[in-house]
Design a protein around this ligand. Structure first.
Ligand code: ACO
Length: 162
């Protein structure tokens, strides 16, 4: 298992992985409009961390956007392919993601969690109580009804590596 940060940099390899990841999101997040998923996954302000099996096969990932001046990042989409869910990959992905984002001087993660994913996010250290001051994040991320806003503090000195 490898974890790779992929951006829309125009290379064939990145495009292929982003298409695979987009397809996983589209299947696992059926309430999200497909065009919206495509737009964000290929948007140059967004990056994705992919989990890759056997060197080439994307089995899941996180699409996110950093707001460096605000020192937070928003998780737009997160999914593991259906046949490999509830085997611990989602937890490993989140730990790797925290380890990565910590080095980028990000202090908080925000996400609109689907109701059925709230339990997963809680186990990953996300809370419904938002500790960041509203002026730090309001207006930066879009309101999205049908999801519950959750926040996770990324401690600068915790070793999230696994
Ligand atoms: N509700 C409650 N608990 C859950 C859920 C859930 N939907 N999914 C997993 N868990 C629990 C597991 O039981 C496990 O608990 P344990 O540690 O006590 O055993 C823990 O969370 C971690 O499980 P993993 O095996 O690491 O999680 P998995 O690899 O299945 O990844 C994920 C979790 C990403 C939510 C996956 O199930 C998935 O892709 N689901 C469909 C798509 C989805 O809901 N994505 C999130 C939508 S919100 C958003 O994208 C911003």
């Amino acid at each position: 298992i490898d974890f790779k940060i992929i951006t829309n940099n125009g290379t064939h390899e990145s495009m292929k992985m982003l298409i695979d990841l987009k397809n996983i999101f589209a299947r696992q997040l059926p309430k999200m409009p497909k065009e919206y998923i495509v737009r964000l996954v290929f948007d140059r302000n967004h990056e994705s961390m992919c989990i890759i099996k056997d060197n080439t096969k994307v089995i899941g990932g996180i699409c996110y956007r950093k707001y460096p001046t605000q020192r937070f990042a928003e998780i737009a989409f997160l999914a593991i392919t259906a046949t490999l869910q509830v085997k611990g990959y989602g937890t490993r992905l989140m730990n790797k993601f925290k380890e990565h984002i910590q080095k980028q001087d990000v202090e908080y993660l925000l996400t609109y969690a689907d109701n059925y994913a709230i339990g997963y996010f809680r186990k990953q250290g996300f809370y419904q109580e938002i500790k960041m001051q509203p002026d730090r994040w309001k207006g930066f991320i879009k309101d999205y009804d049908g999801g519950t806003l959750m926040e996770c503090y990324v401690h600068p000195f915790i070793d999230y590596g696994n």
